[in-house]
Ligand binder design. Structure first.
Ligand code: ADP
Ligand code: MG
Length: 606
């Protein structure tokens, strides 16, 4: 084939491949345009998963009639004028590719009116081909309809999933946008049914309630942090609502939903001592960062973001998370299942909290709504979203983790009024205090106390080295040897004396004193193994962490029979820790059962 320049239609279709992958991408671009246009209300309506029909209506500034055809040209935008503007761009879009791309692969109809003009205009463009431009009566703002997505590119249409799946992607996206813009009222209608409606009243918690439901909304801690050029506000979840994956780690930077490894790492590090391993927190954080401090990469569909000063961002997020978590009493309340009554039909085996009747009129978690949309759960349509979320009742509040600064179990004042009752099952100590029974896991408490003591002494270099003879010889793989070599200083700092012993072998001549009883070859290897999982450089903190974990494990084993006085002292030491509530592995050290809960079980209160 001879070399020739592609025609504009072909160019647009190729470009459209990058911008428009599925209905959700169309919805994303159009919603962003609506937001950029200053809309305070945006309605998204889809049918057939958005493949057949998408309509997005906004009350924004509208597009002047004479600019309409221009808006659909590739690289036409009103948001930047030159590459220099990219550095300070505050709008969501700026590449000017969305409208041309969407119009290249679907049948588009647009009705728009600006404040200044008396009439509105209606513009139609299908597969990149203009079909007409006329004057019509219209309200201020813009309505954008996309029909039959990929009607002219059947090959791409084949890549779409079922309508239900595509609708799910749209719903996910609309949720994210609703969460990122609490100041905009956002409505989603799927197959003629209202699925989400936020009020636009700026209240983020209401939106979290609407989308994630009661349990999450009832277990939030608020976050607010400010540094030069940067600000973080929003909510993070208490550890009880942790999840098994990162899907609930939401954060928005200048109104964009972003994934950033740096921010996720800072969040997870902040939670580390409060959370079981492989659990991830719920977060909903809004970052406001001066545009000069970030570099937004301009890949058509993915948003990459780099910080000018990553360390500062890390520190700020870490601090925001830890300061929200610390100082809160994070003791899970144990809710006992109802005792089964014989000769009575069994209704539910679930803990009460789950079998409580729903309060009428309360918005359902969006998840359920979405299942309904997919025909999995059926329920008559309700005036959903019209009424504000119902505040949690006293009953629900009981389910929350305690968060009382006054009357904290572990405050020094409270300590004096603790009544240590005794031990059960050789493991748990019972303490009565202020209308609650607290149950302390002796092993977990002990581990936590020792861990913190060891960690602190390693950190402040209050260690002793113990020489061992003969030395332990470690035979490592190349990779392990390299890793150890790179971090050998860190090991030395904490009291190891390790020397290269030729090839990939090392001689360990001394170990930290508190590790002496454990200084077996296998344990050292285990440590190097686990460190190597982290790849790259070893941070001193993670070496301290490992050593402290190992040494306290050993100590706890030989310490099962505590006297009252010893238990009392253990509780004392636990009390002094910054986070007494979780053992180093994230298991709870203390749980509580309130008097109220007990009286309910005994049917003294109904
Ligand atoms: P970009 O958003 O990157 O500028 P688009 O192709 O999405 O590019 O849109 C092109 C232009 O059309 C925008 O710069 C804006 O001026 C105008 N526009 C698009 N959608 C709307 C809308 N809903 N309301 C007002 N103007 C709009
Ligand atoms: Mg745009």
């Amino acid at each position: 084939m001879a070399i020739q320049i592609l025609d504009q239609d072909t160019i647009n279709q190729i470009a459209a491949g990058e911008v428009v992958e599925r209905p959700a991408s169309v919805v994303k671009e159009l919603m962003e345009n609506a937001i950029d246009a200053g809309a305070t209300a945006v309605t998204v309506e889809i049918r057939q998963g958005g493949i057949g029909f998408i309509r997005i209506t906004d009350n924004g500034c509208g597009i002047p009639k004479e600019e309409l055809p221009l808006a659909f040209l590739r690289h036409s935008t009103s948001k930047i004028h030159s590459a220099a503007d990219l550095l300070t761009v505050a709008s969501l879009g700026f590449r000017g590719e969305a409208l041309s791309s969407i119009a290249a692969v679907s049948q588009v109809e647009l009705i728009t009116k600006t404040t200044d003009s008396l009439t509105g205009s209606r513009y139609r463009i299908e597969g990149g081909e203009e079909k007409g431009l006329e004057e019509v009566g219209a309200p201020e703002g813009t309505t954008f309809i996309s029909r039959n997505l990929f009607f002219n590119t059947p090959a791409r249409r084949k890549f779409l999933r079922t309508e239900t799946t595509e609708a799910g992607h749209v719903a996910d996206l609309v949720e994210k946008i609703a969460l990122s813009h609490p100041e905009i009222s956002i409505r989603l209608i799927v197959n003629n049914q209202n699925r989400l409606h936020t009020s636009g009243n700026h209240n983020l918690k209401d939106i979290i309630y609407t989308i994630y439901g009661r349990e999450i909304a009832g277990n939030l801690l608020s976050v607010s942090e400010e540094r030069e050029g940067m600000q973080i506000s929003g909510f993070i979840g208490k550890p009880v609502i942790a999840r098994g994956n990162r899907n609930f780690e939401n954060y928005f930077i200048n109104g964009r939903y972003i994934k950033s490894r740096l921010i996720s790492k800072a969040i997870e590090d902040g939670y580390k001592s409060y959370m079981m391993q492989h659990k991830y927190p719920f977060t909903l954080l809004h970052f406001t960062i001066e545009p000069e401090l970030i570099d937004v990469n301009v890949h058509p569909s993915k948003m990459e973001l780099r910080f000018k000063d990553g360390e500062a961002v890390y520190q700020m997020v870490y601090h925001a998370v830890t300061s929200a978590l610390s100082g809160k009493e994070l003791i899970p309340t144990a809710s006992l299942p109802e005792p089964k009554v014989p000769n009575q039909p069994e209704v539910s085996d679930q803990p009460e909290s789950q079998s409580q009747p729903e309060v009428p009129g309360r918005p359902e978690p969006f998840e359920k709504k979405r299942m309904e949309a997919m025909g999995i759960v059926k329920e008559p349509p309700s005036p959903y979203g019209k009424e504000p979320p119902v505040p949690p009742s006293a009953e629900e509040k009981k389910e929350e983790q305690l968060e009382l600064f006054d009357g904290r179990l572990l405050s020094e004042e409270a300590r004096k009024r603790h009544r240590l009752i005794g031990q059960v099952f050789d493991t748990y100590w019972l303490v009565e205090y202020d209308g609650s029974l607290y149950i302390i896991d002796q092993h977990a408490a002990h581990e936590k106390v020792l861990f913190e003591q060891n960690f602190a002494s390693l950190k402040s270099r209050e260690y002793t080295s113990q020489y061992i003879s003969p030395p332990i010889i470690l035979s490592l793989s190349m990779r392990e040897a390299e890793l150890l070599n790179r971090s050998i200083d860190v090991f030395r700092q904490v009291g190891f004396e390790i020397e290269p012993f030729g090839g990939s072998e090392f001689a360990v001549r001394a170990v930290p004193g508190n590790l002496l009883s454990l200084a077996k070859k296998e344990l050292l290897m285990e440590m190097i193994d686990s460190l190597s999982e982290e790849g790259g450089r070893i941070a001193p903190e993670s070496v301290y962490d490992r050593i402290a974990t190992m040494s306290c494990k050993a100590a706890v084993k030989g310490n099962t029979n505590l006297s009252f006085a010893e238990a009392d002292q253990l509780i004392d030491s636990l009390l002094k820790l910054e986070n007494p509530y979780q053992c180093p592995h994230g298991r709870p050290t203390i749980i509580s059962i309130s008097k109220y809960e007990m009286e309910k079980k005994f049917k003294r209160i109904v």
